[in-house]
Design a protein around this ligand. Sequence first.
Ligand code: SF4
Ligand code: SF4
Length: 354
Amino acid sequence: MSHTIGKDKMDALFEALSEHEVYGPVEVDGVWTYKKLDSAPDLEFGNSQVPPKSVFFPQTETMFEFKRDGARFVGAEEPQRASKPLVVFGVRPCDAKAFTLLDKLFTWDYIDPYFVDRRERATTIALTCSGQKPDENCFCTSIEGSPSGTEGVDSLWTDLGDRYFVESVTEKGEALIELGGNLFVEAVSDDESSAEEVKENAVKAITRTFDRAEVAESLRCLFESKYWEDISASCIGCGMCTLLCPTCHCFDINDVVKQGEGRRERTWDSCQFEYYSSHASGHNPRPAKRMRQRNRMYHKFLYIDNNLGVIGCVGCGRCISACPVNIDIIDVTEGAVARACMEKDADAKGEEAA
Ligand code: SF4
Ligand code: SF4
């Protein structure tokens, strides 16, 4: 059953969630990100530059703390973890879909207790993209997604002007309705048809398309191609394309030690950084930019799919918008398909001539 909630009821809903940690989109120094909220969420935003993976997988997080006893470190203790249920407001459907990929990754060969704990406690409230979103670089519809998709979503909200149309997708979504009580009212058929119209318009607003059919096949025969040198020539290795990607999940681990105590923390890392894959021996298996760019594409469109059965891209377009030198993942993959055909033709001609 669907419901609506008036925008004027958001303060009351926030009050009703007093036993929860509530997260939502917040603008900090001109950058939209997701933070813990101390008042009702403002859902009138475009897209966030920082994806909401940061709620479950923070940019920097303390794994444990320890003390120094002379030359030895002793007494490792995990910091007190919060136990309240979490609610995350205003998640875009592509980012919610990315949560399901991270769920697989963080429980694949090792159960990551930090990520899993937060995910289990969380209710995800997604917001159908409308108004300022989808933006010019979105292509979720080409990757089995939708601006009103429900993968990874507990409750889907659609903006109807003075109210939100609320669809419960999971039991957690139903529980939210129960908790809100009479703040939510049963939807009528006009609400449903208005929500349908918003959703259809959102799909029409997506202008970029991506044909993934031949990408994996092309990558398989391009590993040694000069193509990677060509497309990585302008890359400055800033890592934005990966740090802001909702599916990227690499991290580095460091000990931060000060006088008699310290902490072990993990921090987002990027395969586009020169020393990301350096070994302790000094050997670096990916010392060149072309190798790092190639790795990003192979990881997204081949390796994750081989391991987990899903591709590592949800079509949010952030890497396109954020790249300071305009490297565009759709152009790169389209170029890979064209280059693979070209190289195959050249090989065939070479064999004929021989
Ligand atoms: S690869 Fe780019 S478009 Fe795909 S999910 Fe990551 S940031 Fe978004
Ligand atoms: S955002 Fe662009 S310049 Fe920066 S590492 Fe990625 S591809 Fe290279």
